[in-house]
Design a protein around this ligand. Structure first.
Ligand SMILES: [Zn+2]
Length: 423
């Protein structure tokens, strides 16, 4: 059994507790011992990594992953990518996520039905580098909803699968289950970046949402939804959706409803793309356009809503729709800083959203998302104090060690040593 000993680490364990100095021994896939008194652990046969006081923390969990999205300006661009290129793009994105410290990815949606599934299977089989993946369905939507890009005279593909009425909804959800997804995604509201239904419109009927959830539960799957309008959030809670994304227009009644199921549901603001559309949209989106379609309003409303969620103990996830041109894949950890700057979270609270809550939404909260004895050894050794400089989590050069499942994926000290030897 392989053994790795981290000596002299400052452990941020993912619970939000103050970091503490410790030695951490990994055996096989798991964290065997955390010794708060340094120098106590038997290092026989272990690879020793001297942390020199650097922060050892859980691997990040991308809570709104779109592994198959890459560089799209419009949703329709994803439909234009041929399947063969799309597999390769998704494969590269999976590696990019792991390179940037994301050892797990909870997929919000894929853009062609089997993309998440096939990459998850390849990663699990050890044939491709990538995070642990919970694979999602495409964005299941209704005619005229977010993801329906067709015109009366012309067919278009995007990231959507269209299902109208209970019969079609049941069939489409079953199809996704048959093809191996772990999560079903439904678009209950529209979106201000989309061409048709705006974010304030609730497009999916209650009977359709209820059918999607019923069928998904029968197959043991989780359900994610896109819900911006207050009504869409209420519909999601009422029908038993597990992960409710966006929510910025939630009113008092919607907030109360979400709070009433806080032990069961997660929320995710997906704020990265909104910020990106305003500040990194040029030349594809002008700042004027971003403001005209209400991107700053989304940020302002999200601050109010997520301040309430935080006070009420509703668990939030990081992940900001990375994979569009204004929110490139690999910059996903920017969300941590956005949670602090835009939504009022402390750095420690933001990191909990990216670690502990992530482990829970993966349905592995008993063994993933914390630095804890017996837990899976998904670990990062960070060359900056994330509680003081959370923005430094974005730069892969600051991730000195990346361990997934007890295996060292990256160790810069070892890489430097090998380079020296070669020279
Ligand atoms: Zn999304």
């Amino acid at each position: 059994m392989s053994r790795t000993l981290f000596r002299n680490a400052m452990v941020f364990d993912g619970t939000g507790a103050e970091p503490f100095p410790a030695d951490v021994l990994v055996e096989g896939q798991r964290i065997r011992t955390i010794a708060r008194t340094p120098g106590q652990l038997n290092a026989d046969g272990a690879t020793i990594i001297d942390a020199h006081g650097r922060t050892l923390m859980p691997g990040l969990v991308e809570g709104h992953a779109h592994i198959s999205f890459g560089g799209a300006v419009n949703d329709k661009d994803l439909g234009d990518i041929p399947p063969e290129e799309h597999v390769l793009l998704t494969m590269r994105n999976a590696k990019t996520l792991l390179d940037h410290g994301f050892t797990s990815a909870y997929s919000a949606a894929t853009s062609k039905l089997r993309l998440d599934v096939v990459i998850r299977n390849e990663v699990n089989a050890g044939r491709l580098p990538g995070p642990r993946i919970r694979a999602a369905s495409p964005e299941i939507t209704v005619t005229a909803g977010l993801g329906d890009e067709r015109k009366k005279h012309m067919h278009y593909e995007s990231f959507g699968m269209i299902a109208d009425g209970e019969v079609e909804m049941a069939r489409v959800v079953r199809l996704c289950c048959r093809e191996g997804v772990d999560n079903i995604k439904i678009n209950i509201s529209g979106d201000d970046l989309g061409p048709l239904a705006r974010g304030g419109i609730t497009t999916m009927r209650e009977s359709e949402v209820r059918t999607a959830v019923e069928v998904a539960k029968d197959f043991g799957k989780k359900v994610n939804c896109h819900a911006r309008a207050a009504n869409s959030v209420k519909r999601a809670v009422k029908c038993g959706v597990d992960v409710i994304y966006h929510c910025e227009s939630a009113d008092e009644e919607a907030l109360d409803m979400v709070e009433s199921v806080k032990d069961r549901v997660f929320v995710g603001p997906a704020i990265g793309i909104i910020y990106g559309t305003i500040h990194d949209g040029e030349p594809w989106f002008s700042k004027e356009f971003a403001l005209e379609i209400g991107m700053q309003r989304v940020i302002d409303d999200s601050l109010k809503v997520y301040t309430e969620f935080r006070k009420r103990g509703v668990r939030a996830l990081i992940g900001g729709d990375y994979g569009f041109i204004q929110s490139p894949q690999g910059t996903n950890a920017r969300d941590l800083k956005h949670f602090v700057d835009l939504l009022g979270y402390s750095p420690s609270e933001a990191l909990v959203c990216g670690t502990k809550h992530g482990g829970q939404v993966m349905e592995m909260g008993h063994e993933l998302g914390l630095v804890k004895e017996g837990y899976l050894a998904d670990l990062l050794l960070v060359g900056a104090d994330p509680l003081k400089h959370i923005e430094k989590m974005v730069d892969e050069d600051n991730l000195h060690v990346i361990m997934k499942d007890g295996a060292l994926y990256k160790d810069i000290a070892k890489a430097a040593l090998q380079q020296e030897k070669a020279a």
